[in-house]
Design a protein around this ligand. Structure first.
Ligand code: IPM
Ligand code: MG
Length: 394
């Protein structure tokens, strides 16, 4: 599945970095450094631009998605976002919260399809709350509709004063919105194990009944793909009972928000999970984890979700599948060698911080991209990464 038909070669691509809040700046910086090394090692070019979003933007401009950031969207090929959200704005009304910036960004770009791949890595299996034999080999992509449903349906408001306060959000879907996200799921399933599980609550909700009807109609065009409908409560249960039964999990916005966090933790750490939001003007790439304010500025956050999001960006928006694959393999190399951030299991001797984890990935990436390892920058090889030093020497 491709978001654009970008050509590889000498083209210079432009990326808008939106670090946002909490650990966002640290993990985005890690991914930026990985991308920079990837283009330095190949014949590609990248230019980075940085913008404000979320609480960081509210502080500086009073808006969660300021005009300068909106304007920058027209100049770039893709957007890489860290995280939004900060306890500082907990009491703020919904449209002055950091999260509003992200929702507006998705709506402005029109990125209606959110892809969240959930894959387990062997060295991390012990950290899963499920038995290793249940999660080993899990390979799911959650395809979540991102620009409609309860998040955007109108009316959406609070009404009245105490003791008569009430509030309403509207679960709304137009059939065209269901149809286009269903197509994304079926196309993706064709490149995978050819199974789509569509999640709804059609036994209760009108919007879900329409969802089920339209998904069934679209399925007629994909006779090679098996479609199953599953109620959302059953899906939540099956995800922890037997997650390997799922290939592509197609969901509406609200159910997808919930199920993708549940699916994410199967891998052992939500810090591992990347995402891509596509189908709009340009693709938006972000890790699934939030802003984790308690970890901010401590060099402890896991940058791998953001680095893997950057890999998805290379594949889906930049037309660089080779770099995407090299980054993904370098992440697996780092984990297989035992390196881990504090959220991941492993020996204390191999525990590294955010920056060093990125350095390790960069070292493995250079190994994969360079035929001649002497071109690697040995100044990054320090501290615990003795295996790399030995590898370089030998
Ligand atoms: C996500 C997040 C967002 C969402 C929040 C931050 C608005 O939870 O991307 O899953 O609900 O979509
Ligand atoms: Mg969420």
């Amino acid at each position: 599945m491709k978001e654009t038909n970008g050509e590889s070669g000498n083209l210079v691509k432009r990326i808008l970095l939106l670090p946002g809040d909490g650990i966002g700046p640290e993990v985005v910086d890690a991914a930026r450094r990985v991308l920079q090394v990837a283009v330095d090692c190949t014949d590609r070019g990248l230019e980075f631009e940085e913008g404000l979003i979320g609480g960081a933007a509210l502080e500086r401009t009073g808006e969660p998605l300021p005009a300068d950031t909106r304007v920058a969207l027209d100049r770039v090929d893709a957007v890489l976002l860290g995280a939004v959200g900060s306890p500082r704005w907990d009491q703020a009304p919904v449209d002055k919260r950091p999260e509003k910036g992200l929702l507006e960004l998705r709506a402005t770009l029109g990125t209606f399809a959110n892809l969240r791949p959930v894959r387990t890595y062997r060295p991390l299996l012990v950290a899963s709350s499920l038995k290793p034999q249940v999660v080993d080999g899990v390979d799911i992509v959650v395809v979540r509709e991102l620009t409609s449903d309860l998040y955007f349906g109108k009316p959406k408001e609070r009404r009245g004063e105490p003791p008569n306060r009430s509030a309403v959000d509207t679960m709304y879907y137009h059939e065209s919105e269901v149809e286009r996200i269903a197509r994304v799921a079926f196309e993706l399933a064709r490149e995978r194990r050819k199974q789509v599980t569509s999640v709804d609550k059609a036994n209760v909700l009108c919007a879900s009944q329409l969802w089920r009807e339209v998904v069934t109609e679209v399925a007629q065009e994909y006779p090679d793909v098996t479609l199953r409908h599953m109620l959302v409560d059953t899906a939540a249960m099956q995800l922890v009972r037997d997650p390997r039964q799922f290939d592509v999990l197609l969901t509406a916005n609200m159910f997808g928000d919930i199920l993708s966090d549940e699916a994410a933790i199967l891998t052992g750490s939500i810090g591992m999970l990347p995402s891509a939001s596509i189908g709009g003007r340009v693709g938006l790439y972000e890790p699934v984890h939030g802003s984790a304010p308690d970890l901010a500025g401590k060099d402890q956050a896991n940058p791998l979700g953001t680095i893997l999001s950057a890999a998805m960006m290379c594949r889906l928006s930049l037309g660089w599948p080779d770099i995407a694959e090299a980054i993904e393999l370098a992440v697996a190399d780092a984990l297989n060698a035992g390196y881990h951030t504090p959220d991941l299991p492993g020996s204390p001797a191999f525990q590294v911080g955010t920056r060093e984890m990125a350095d390790v990935v960069i070292d493995y990436l250079e190994r994969r991209l360079f035929a001649n390892p002497t071109k690697r920058r040995s100044d990054r090889v320090s501290g615990k990464r003795q295996d790399l030093v030995q590898w370089e020497a030998g």
